[in-house]
Ligand binder design. Sequence first.
Ligand code: NAI
Ligand code: MG
Length: 497
Amino acid sequence: MATTPSRDVAARLGEAFADYAPSAEGRDIVTIRPEYGLVIGGAERPAADGATITTIDPSTGDALARVAEAGAADVDAAVAAARRAYDGAWGAASPRDRAKLLFRLARLLQDRAREFAVLETLDGGKPIREARDVDVPLAAQHLFYHAGWADKLEYAVPGMRARALGVVGQIIPWNFPLLMAAWKLAPALACGNTVVLKPAETSPLTALLLAELVDEAGFPPGVVNVVTGAGATGAALVDHPGVAKIAFTGSTAVGKGIRRALAGRGVRLTLELGGKGAHIVFDDAAIDQAIEGIVDGIFFNQGHVCCAGSRLLVQETVAGDVMERLRARMELLRVGDPLDKNTDVGAINSHSQLVRIREFVDGAVEEGCAVHQPSRGVPDAGFFYPPTLVTDVGGSERIAREEVFGPVLTVQSFRTEREAVDRANSTRYGLSAGVWTEKGARILWMADNLHAGVVWANTFNRFDAASPFGGVRESGFGREGGRHGLEAYLDLTPVRA
Ligand code: NAI
Ligand code: MG
């Protein structure tokens, strides 16, 4: 098994990281150990029963590392370590100390940004440009933002006394492994909780590297524990009586199961689940910009994005023009080696996700839809799927209703604003929507009428740590980010005058 794929990585990166030669400061671009243990109480250890899972580079299929697979006994040990830290050093730390440690963690992450970007791309398949320009800086931004709140919580929710909850269990998906880790850890720690984090089984490496930085920053042992594993590990965390809260990001099906499992137990829960975002283009929109927004909305991160704009709704009068330009733009998209800085669409995260995407598109053809893909093919090795347009869509097809989580865009047209809103809202999800129009009043009316946690206007996929993010309907509940995101990690009681 490969230990340090640096030489190969350096060649694939080319000039993207020219100033980051493997020999600089004596460190390789990225060092991947053959084996990783669980992080419990500040120490690394194998699973009690010795179980492991192998994480691969989805762009080649090559194994990267073996990672411990935590069972119920390990989860129990992690929760106990988190509890000890909560009752001990972390509970005793002042809000200002928590802020200082979070600031330090954010800076350490920035210092090693390139290493994180390369590791994220290797383990998950996303284009290096996105890992470098979006995932890592945004992860650092979440840590900085929440560091600022740690000693100002009394102002976050005026009139309420805010206390930490205790040990929180956090289960994250594979589409933004580092970002979701930072996104979840930052508010939990700022509010004074301790954490047991469960990364996704196909992309655990950046969360494990982040745990090393947590230690380096000086957080007391046990404040952040990482239990790697698959669904059973996550389920053991949900079932553990010692957790005060579960925060989950992932599929709606698993989210529903978690809610059932927690029913009646008094455990706090936030769910950030799937989506089927409508991307609505009116005939007065700046079409060239809208095309870029549409492309970013669905092909960013191979469409593995909960808030992806996966349903394009175009006003009838410009539908022909938009489709023509979109097809031409899609011809220019480069699908290939995620480590190549010119790659636009990287590898599909796992074989099972690739199979799922294929099934969706094959099913759409069987249901009478037309499929368009660019003339360039995709690499043979690894898991790749081309950018795909699905037209002749009625709305009742499976591809029009369910989250594909791949680079696949359905297209429908509409005549009036009302029709656009009705189409956009005819889904069980409610995470995101996008509107392209020059009319301000129309933007406001659409935002009022669209059932979605976030509505972007003349932009898409724009994220900021200060802005609350989350869904309605089957996209989940609770907000992450901003002041609202803090409330999910606080026990609030009114202050008596
Ligand atoms: P998933 O929901 O199974 O995985 C997300 C996380 O939950 C992973 O860490 C996984 O190990 C964990 N998990 C799985 N079963 C669990 C259980 N019973 N209890 C606790 N934790 C559990 O998603 P999966 O199977 O990887 O992807 C399938 C589909 O789910 C995708 O095609 C996509 O449509 C959707 N999905 C949506 C995400 C989003 O952010 N909206 C993220 C990941 C998947
Ligand atoms: Mg992997």
